[in-house]
Structures are given as structure tokens and as C-alpha cells.
Design a protein around this ligand. Structure first.
Ligand code: BDP
Length: 325
């Protein structure tokens, strides 16, 4: 009896140990956002799908809150294979993968629906395919909402108010030129430096969507938010090509599918979070300029398109995007 119990216990212990160690592949995932943010949750869900579908062989370990670094650095780390999965804004890819610029041009998308049509369709796939030429695999797009200006100084009610103001932008020349076309001064900075830069007056403000404005706490130091919605920058889930190449074709397929399936999950979470954050900002006393004539903002963007949409390839992509209903 004693022996039997011992054997049983040993078996249970072994099974337990085996289960704990059964992840043959652990994919390290990076995100700048905190726990609970829609992008973070979506990648975690993707990890759960992968673990289940691979009978426990593939796991995803999420490093949220920029634990692995700011986006520009994590992109390099992903190209090197130090980070396996990386969820980032398309913005910091502009200076690396030229084609990504077309999705980050000011006012390129007419609505969320238009953006979904484009990124979910052939043009989206074409942009994802471009990552292959840069040691990366483009897996799927997530939503990034609309980005608007906020600042510490005053309510912006027209383009004229931007004159001479200093705004942080993501590290991409497209956004530097965008702010300059509006008469402001642009400072490209990593996301994590924005709060203190506003607080110390190095910059007057920045621009982002409701959930980021909320979760970063930027509203505490920049309580004037103007809904000009100049950008709708999709976010992208990428994988290191080095990590990708080390997997079997079957596992690559599992990853592709789980990534794709995480997009509708993300979008649902995003929709809810956008509304929640907007309400939280109103409750926090942010002064919101919601009624603003966007046409002068749109009209000012000509030089940005002229400077960045230069090759025939990009011109063609822009026309294709505009033609999508
Ligand atoms: C947020 C994006 C995040 C960017 C951040 C930024 O989700 O990926 O890092 O903006 O402004 O909306 O840098």
C-alpha cells in the first residue's frame, strides 16, 4: 500500500513537473502599455490560444509596461531575435520600412471602418509582407484609434493656435513634418519620456488616442485635449524572423492563425476602452475641444504628402487606399 501511494505520488509529481516544463518554446513578447491595456490582453489571449492548440508546447510570456525598452529599441531587439513578439505602433517603423508610411499619413483613413477595410484587405497584407525584408514577420494589425493634440498651455480651437507650440511626436519624420506643416515645432521622443518632458516644460504637449492619454497619465500635466483626429495609426504585431525560422511550418501556421484571431478580440476590447477612457478624462476635468473644423488641418497636410509619398510605389498605395470604400 505504502509503495503504491509512493508510486502514485511520484507519478503525480512527475506529471506536474512535466506540465510546468512542457513549454518547449517560450515566446517573449513586448508591449509599451500596462497590464490590462487592449494590446497587452490581446497578445496574452493569443498566447493562450497557442498553448492550447500546441498541447502546451508553445507559450507566450508577456513583458508589458516597456519592461524590455522603448519601441525604437525593442524593434531592434526583435530584428536581432532577442525579443520574439513585439506589439508596436506603425509610426516607429516609418524610418525602417518606407511602405508603412502610407498607413501613418495624416487623415489617410476616413473612418475606423475605412481603416479596417484597408488593413484587413490586400493592401494590409502587402504592408505586412514588407516586414520580411527587415528581419521581421508582420503578423496582424491592431487598432490605434484616432490621435489628437493635447497640451499644458491652452485649449487649441484652430490650426492658428498651434503656431509656435512644441509637441512631442513618435520617432518618425512623417510626424515631425506633420506638426511643422501646422506651424508647430516637433520633438521626436520615446513614449516614456513624454510625461516628464511636459512637466518640465521641454515640450508643451503631445498627441495620442484616449486610452494612451489616460493610461500614461499625460492628462495630469497636459489637460487641454482637442479632437482634431489628425492621425489614425494602426498598430502591428510583429515577430522576429530569427525566432520564426527556428519553428516548424506547422507551428508558424499556428502562430499566424492565433495572431489573426487576436485582432477581433483586440478590437472589441479597444472599442470599450476608448469609451471608458474618454469618460475617465471627462471625469478627471480635462478641457475638451470637441467641435473643431478639421478642414484647415486636412488642407495643411499637402506638404507632408508631397515630401513622403515620393516613389511610384507609395503613390500607388495611397491611391489604392483612397479608392477603398
Ligand atoms: C500609443 C501606441 C504605442 C505608442 C504610443 C506613442 O499604442 O504603441 O508607443 O502611442 O505615442 O497610442 O509612442
Amino acid at each position: 500500500m505504502k509503495t503504491l501511494t509512493a508510486t502514485l505520488l511520484a507519478t503525480v509529481a512527475l506529471t506536474g513537473a512535466a506540465a510546468a516544463q512542457s513549454c518547449e518554446v517560450t515566446l517573449r513578447a513586448s508591449d509599451t502599455h500596462p497590464e490590462g491595456y487592449p494590446t497587452v490582453v490581446a497578445v496574452e489571449r493569443m498566447g493562450e490560444m497557442l498553448t492550447e492548440r500546441s498541447d502546451g508546447r508553445i507559450c507566450v510570456e508577456m513583458f508589458h509596461s516597456a519592461q524590455l525598452g522603448e519601441e525604437k529599441d525593442t524593434i531592434e531587439q526583435t530584428q536581432l531575435g532577442v525579443i520574439d513578439l513585439n506589439r508596436v505602433s506603425l509610426g516607429p517603423f516609418n524610418n525602417i520600412i518606407e511602405e508603412t508610411k502610407v498607413f501613418t499619413l495624416p487623415y489617410i483613413f476616413r473612418s475606423t471602418e475605412h481603416m479596417h477595410q484597408v488593413v484587413d484587405g490586400e493592401i494590409g497584407q502587402q504592408i505586412l509582407d514588407e516586414f520580411q525584408n527587415h528581419q521581421l514577420v508582420g503578423l496582424t494589425f491592431y487598432d490605434g484609434g484616432s490621435r489628437s493634440f493635447y497640451n499644458s498651455q491652452k485649449p487649441i480651437t484652430s490650426v492658428d493656435d498651434i503656431e509656435g507650440m512644441k509637441f512631442r511626436v513618435m520617432q518618425s519624420d512623417v510626424f515631425v513634418d506633420m506638426v511643422e506643416a501646422l506651424g508647430g515645432n516637433a520633438t521626436p521622443l520615446p513614449y516614456g519620456e513624454v510625461y516628464s518632458s511636459i512637466q518640465t516644460g521641454v515640450i508643451d504637449g503631445a498627441e495620442n488616442n484616449w486610452p494612451s492619454y489616460d493610461s500614461s497619465g499625460h492628462y495630469e500635466v497636459a489637460p487641454y485635449y482637442t479632437l482634431d483626429q489628425h492621425l489614425m495609426v494602426p498598430e502591428v504585431l510583429t515577430m522576429s524572423q530569427a525566432s520564426w525560422n527556428s519553428l516548424s511550418e506547422e507551428d508558424q501556421q499556428l502562430i499566424r492563425e492565433a495572431a489573426r484571431e487576436s485582432t477581433p478580440i483586440m478590437r472589441e476590447l479597444w472599442q470599450a476602452r476608448e469609451a471608458e477612457s474618454e469618460q475617465a478624462m471627462r471625469d478627471a476635468g480635462v478641457e475638451i475641444v470637441a467641435e473643431i473644423d478639421k478642414q484647415p488641418f486636412i488642407d495643411a497636410m499637402g506638404p507632408v504628402y508631397e515630401k513622403h509619398v515620393t516613389s511610384e510605389k507609395l503613390q500607388d498605395l495611397v491611391s489604392q487606399i483612397q479608392a477603398v470604400e
